[in-house]
Ligand binder design. Structure first.
Ligand code: 5GP
Ligand code: ZN
Length: 111
């Protein structure tokens, strides 16, 4: 997707602070961090949103990478995993991403 910023980050055409990468996924720090730990875990291939994902193995890799990133950052016991699916749910970048947030107290319900 030519105009997708996360595809450009995947292609290294845009800079990011990489946290993890493998053949299927990459993870990088959110530009506008909402917590001391705020990492975006992203499939390399362009999928608009979670409800378009039909690959259970990829979904599992994203979730496991998110948990591992939280653990490696020292927040394995208390972290939040967020997927905003659709504009009405707060999605602003239409390339699937899991937010991994940690390092502060979280409230419930989310806003
Ligand atoms: P959404 O609102 O779609 O769930 O989350 C999009 C996230 O992407 C936001 O938290 C926003 O700060 C982050 N973001 C937007 N553009 C960039 C960028 O160019 N680089 C990085 N690292 N994060 C970005
Ligand atoms: Zn994309």
């Amino acid at each position: 997707m030519a105009e997708c910023i996360f595809c450009k980050i995947v292609a290294k055409e845009l800079p990011s602070r990489l946290v993890y990468e493998d053949d299927d996924i990459i993870a990088f720090n959110d530009l506008n961090a909402r917590a001391p730990l705020h990492v975006l875990v992203v499939p390399r291939r362009h999928v608009e949103r979670l409800s378009d994902l039909d690959d259970a193995a990829l979904a599992g890799k994203l979730a496991l990478a998110a948990a591992r990133i939280a653990r490696d950052a020292g927040h394995g016991d208390n972290f939040r995993l967020v997927v905003n699916n659709g504009a009405g749910a707060g999605q602003s970048v239409f390339h699937l991403h899991f937010h991994v947030l940690g390092g502060r107290q979280f409230t419930w319900p989310p806003g």
